[in-house]
Design a protein around this ligand. Structure first.
Ligand code: FEO
Ligand code: CA
Ligand code: CA
Ligand code: CA
Length: 649
């Protein structure tokens, strides 16, 4: 097995959507003038466009003001924050999660066993949420953090990387993904935050944790396996990308590029397998080589059991997580929850692959603020919708309901369970809009029904055989990405229609080439990914420029990945943070008083190949432990203002 073998961990190298629904020529023209301006590029064109891009969004209260001086682009191997702020590492890969009597120390040569990894922080921290302690309080100095561990860099995870391969290595990788729940507190007197160890809440959920199935796919024939003949319980969760947090105090972790863990070497892929990107054994993480659960010739339904949103109660370490199948199966980026005026829960979700869709789920029943238990299965019943962005600036939420709009037995869907399992294929039928890789979605707490979504990039838009530009995805070869915004009709998150506009086209405003400038005010960026509002109505944006592009090619001079703040009303982006070498910035969670911000540094030190060389693990970065350390480590970082003020103020 060659160590040069490359994993396509993000699954975006190809497009799995060959459906003929209109992403291109049919969805057009009312916005053609805007599009023409964009394609023409040029400073005058971009300047002329700006007012249209940033004017909407009336704020109902006085907007917040950004009080920090922006930081410049950086290639420093550290986290840079503005003057007056401090950034401390809290919880890095290999740190003990804090289970009593089980605190193996991290071994920098990666010689920790699979059993040790099971009670340590996983790799590749991603989405994250803070839960105050006690539950139901607004505590800002003590709480729980639920943290996703998206995937593994097996070049770092094992002492000799992937030079050899074994069942133990697969077990260690399976223990290094999933979720951590840790207890954290502000130690006071300016000492900053620490992980509480031991903690009765401390928990790791891995690729082998028992997880229940809820919603329409529970018990479905397509969910049944030899190990689970009733189709009611799944082992584990992995490729946990972004997240959501419910008002009833649970964590939603989202399974993104699950396809890379499965193989089908029969030479014949089903339509379902093709549509979700399953490949043969030359692709992926090599789990199937040692664990036949991931071999689809032996266990053909196992891949149907991944690609879901999983709900976890972080306050009860004994609780069994549940895969909420009513929210559909796709490559889930995040799951942003809001409550409609009538009390129904609404969940916004992106499917992060080129030419995939934006979805929302509206619950059947109402959220009950005073009865936590009554909300625990709220996400099992409701309606799943997918978005169509029309060229005139309006949009529709198209229901994915068995028996409606051609999603029926004639199209191969036996029932609603099958619609959920093959949600992408149902969305193709109803004519959803093919987007430029939908990542995070954020709901503006200050403007009812206003929602933002990062579309990170899509260099295949407009290339031969692929969809061309449309009003909502207006740039061919979209290397920098954009942020789209919509207003739900009547300010109601449960509405069936919306109005939309493009909030910003990312780029480098002073780039020599006009097509690289984008259309935005303030500091430049590209490949927006993490996105979240704080309680003040400031929108925070994090970037994930891939390591094969960062600070090179059209991104030359833009340095390492970064985090910016923007107040929608002004539309001016201001750079707040830059990360160490080879990382992406992700995970955004504030304490209820907005005075502590937790973020994640994912894969510091990742080389262009996206797999570290175990002979030179610190070739790109030695963050956070320094030059004498053995390996760079993904980590949660705590950011505070030295004067104790609100972050960003
Ligand atoms: Fe895991 Fe789409 O980022
Ligand atoms: Ca992401
Ligand atoms: Ca990304
Ligand atoms: Ca990344």
């Amino acid at each position: 097995m060659s160590d040069s073998y490359k994993i396509k961990h993000h699954g975006v190298e190809e497009c799995s959507n060959e459906s003929g629904n209109p992403a291109f020529s049919a969805v057009l023209d009312a916005r053609l003038s805007r599009r023409s301006v964009l394609q023409a590029g040029g400073a005058a064109g971009v300047a002329g466009l700006l007012p249209a891009l940033v004017q909407a969004a009336p704020m109902s209260v006085k907007p917040a003001v950004l009080g920090f001086a922006p930081v410049p682009f950086s290639v420093e191997d550290r986290v840079v924050v503005p003057q007056g702020y401090v950034a401390d590492v809290l919880y890095a890969w290999g740190d003990p999660v804090g289970i009593k009597g089980m605190s193996p120390v991290f071994k920098p040569d990666a010689s920790n066993s699979a059993a040790e990894q099971e009670v340590q922080a996983g790799m590749h921290h991603d989405g994250m949420a803070f839960f105050p302690l006690p539950q139901g309080s607004q505590a800002a100095k003590h709480g729980l953090l639920a943290i996703n561990h998206e995937y593994t860099d097996d070049g770092l995870l094992h002492s000799d990387g992937m030079k050899t391969w074994s069942g133990d290595k697969v077990k260690k990788a399976q223990a290094a993904v999933g979720v951590s729940v840790i207890e954290v507190e502000d130690a006071g007197k300016g000492r900053g935050w620490r992980v509480v160890r031991p903690s009765k809440y401390a928990r790791r959920i891995t690729a082998n944790t028992r997880i229940a199935i809820g919603g329409p796919a529970r018990g479905h024939a397509l969910m049944q396996t030899e190990a689970d003949p009733k189709g009611v319980e799944i082992l584990g969760t992995f490729n946990n990308c972004a997240n959501g947090k419910t008002p009833w105090g649970t964590y939603l972790t989202c399974e993104e590029n699950f396809d890379g863990y499965f193989v089908n070497d029969s030479g014949t892929l089903s339509d379902n397998e093709k549509r979700y990107g399953i490949k043969n054994k030359d692709a992926g993480y090599k789990w199937a080589w040692e664990d036949f659960r991931f071999d689809l010739q032996i266990n053909p339904n196992e891949a149907n059991r991944f690609g879901w949103v999983v709900e976890i109660d972080p306050y009860d370490p004994k609780s069994k997580p549940v895969k909420r199948t009513a929210l559909g199966r796709f490559k889930h980026e995040g799951a942003t929850v809001t409550i409609a005026p009538d009390g129904r829960a609404v969940v916004y979700m992106g499917d992060d692959q080129r030419f995939e869709y934006i979805y929302k789920f509206v619950s059947k029943n109402r959220y009950q603020p005073k009865n936590r238990k009554a909300n625990m299965n709220l996400l099992d019943e409701g309606t799943l919708y997918v978005a169509r962005f029309d060229a005139d600036g309006s949009g529709q939420w198209l229901p994915l309901v068995h028996g409606q709009n051609g999603v029926d037995a004639g199209a191969g869907f036996a029932d609603q369970g099958e619609v959920a399992i093959k949600a992408r294929m149902a969305a193709d039928i109803v004519g959803a809009t093919k987007m430029d890789r939908p990542e995070w979605i954020a709901v503006n707490p200050r403007v009812a029904g206003e929602v933002y979504c990062t579309l990170t990039n899509n260099s295949e838009r407009g290339t031969e055989g692929k969809p061309g530009t449309d009003a909502a995805n207006p740039r061919a070869d979209n290397k920098f990405g954009h942020i789209i915004r919509w207003h739900e009709a009547g300010g109601n998150a449960a509405a069936a229609s919306f109005k939309w506009d493009i909030f910003a086209l990312a780029g480098k405003p002073d780039a020599a080439k006009s097509e690289h400038r984008g259309a935005l005010k303030g500091d430049g960026f590209g490949s927006p990914d993490g996105l979240s509002f704080d309680a003040q109505g400031v929108l925070w944006v994090q970037t994930d420029v891939s390591t094969s592009t960062v600070n090179m090619k059209e991104y030359a001079g833009m340095g390492n990945n970064q985090m910016l703040a923007v107040i929608p009303q002004s539309g001016e982006f201001r750079r707040f943070l830059t990360g160490p070498n080879g990382c992406e910035i992700t995970g955004i969670s504030f304490t209820p008083d907005s005075k502590t911000l937790f973020i994640n540094i994912q894969h510091p030190g990742e080389p262009e190949s996206e797999r570290s060389d175990p002979a030179k693990p610190t070739a790109v970065s030695s963050w956070p432990d320094g030059a004498a350390s053995g390996r760079p480590r993904s980590a949660t970082v705590v950011i505070r203002k030295l004067d104790g003020g609100v972050i960003g103020s």
